[in-house]
Design a protein around this ligand. Structure first.
Ligand code: TRP
Length: 342
């Protein structure tokens, strides 16, 4: 009988995270859960992007180096299985840096300055006139990451779409030079989950802004974060009708509570008046504790065996270097720079 699962072409998936801090609940709903699912039917590589993390931390490298194993522990704690998913470290794969060097000659400075994500990051980070060259060019390095693995599907948030676009431009230019399809174009797999707000509701949850609930958060941290969450400032007494829109507690209940019918019922009661902030916060806290308690415990065990985490990265990086050196050889050949190697 025809089995659609069998004929489904296995796509190569690449995702990555800058190593600039531990992962948080926003990563969990936005990408980690999806990666855990995707690893069963796809060939998936996850890159710990320490070099990209360094592009705005060159003078603060400890932030990056101290994050690497923490990020790997986060992956393993949520159920990413290194037997199914290749987990690798960007700086341990020289082919990625070499490819970046070759691609740099195909991209203009003006094109990099036009990249909307880079543009808004530059103004947010207030580099002034001292934009690190590595920061401006990180989309090229990201194109190297993606093409080196022949990845065709890139699960990302909206902010990463300009990187995919720039990657495909490089792919087309290089294939034109090579007169052969040596690189493959990729497409985004957009996350359907909107970015989670921080507890004050004013910002997005962010690794760098320190406004997030980490996967390693203690019971106390979680309880404190939920208690301080922004609700509806006009909902002063329990019997007052309350607003759902912009109410961070309900945004989180929507994202994390397993029973959406129950959450809808709570919303109705809150809007009509008769449901207090303390009660909805208690429900949310319980739900987050249920999700994070087992993750925190597993994470602790992984962090207590650093040698095992390093081994996961070593094995994954070796495999990745082998994969990407083939692409690198083809790129060197395209430029005719393979006299000695390749
Ligand atoms: N830019 C991504 C981030 O901000 C990290 C990243 C680096 C990445 N290389 C990648 C994502 C390749 C997808 C594909 O976290």
């Amino acid at each position: 009988m025809h089995n659609p699962r069998k004929t489904l072409k296995k796509e190569k998936i690449l995702t990555g995270d800058r190593a600039t801090g531990q992962l948080h609940l926003g990563h969990y709903v936005g990408s980690l859960l999806q990666r855990v699912k995707l690893q069963h039917d796809h060939e998936q590589t996850i890159l710990v992007a320490d070099l990209q993390g360094l592009t705005d931390n060159g003078f603060n490298p400890h932030k990056v180096s101290s994050s690497i194993l923490n990020v790997v522990a986060d992956y393993l704690a949520v159920g990413i299985d290194p037997q199914k998913t290749t987990i690798c470290l960007q700086s341990a794969i020289p082919a990625l840096s070499e490819l970046t060097m070759y691609y740099s000659n195909l991209v203009s400075v003006a094109r990099l300055q036009r990249n909307p994500t880079v543009k808004s990051e530059i103004s947010a980070k207030s580099f002034g006139s001292s934009i690190p060259a590595g920061f401006l060019t990180y989309p090229i390095s990201q194109a190297a990451d993606i093409t080196a693995f022949r990845a065709t599907l890139i699960p990302v948030g909206e902010d990463q779409l300009p990187m995919i676009e720039q990657t495909n431009e490089i792919v087309r230019k290089l294939n034109h030079i090579a007169q052969d399809d040596i690189l493959v174009e990729c497409r985004p797999l957009l996350s359907k989950v909107p970015r989670l707000p921080s507890s004050d509701g004013k910002n997005k949850m962010s690794k760098s802004m320190g406004n997030s609930i980490l996967l390693s958060a203690s019971e106390k941290d979680i309880s404190k974060a939920v208690r301080s969450m922004y609700t509806d400032p006009n909902h002063l007494r329990i019997e007052d009708p309350g607003q759902i829109s912009g109410n961070v507690v309900f945004t989180y209940l929507d994202a994390f509570h397993p029973d959406s019918v129950y959450v809808d019922e709570l919303k109705g009661r809150y809007q009509n008046g008769g449901l207090g902030d303390i009660t909805i916060k208690k429900i949310l806290e319980e739900c987050l504790q249920d999700i994070l308690n087992p993750i925190r415990e597993r994470r602790k065990i992984f962090m207590s065996d650093k040698a095992q985490l390093i081994d996961v990265l070593r094995v994954g990086s070796q495999k990745s270097q082998e994969e990407s050196s083939q692409v690198l050889n083809n790129v060197k050949c395209a430029f005719g720079l393979n006299l000695i190697s390749g």
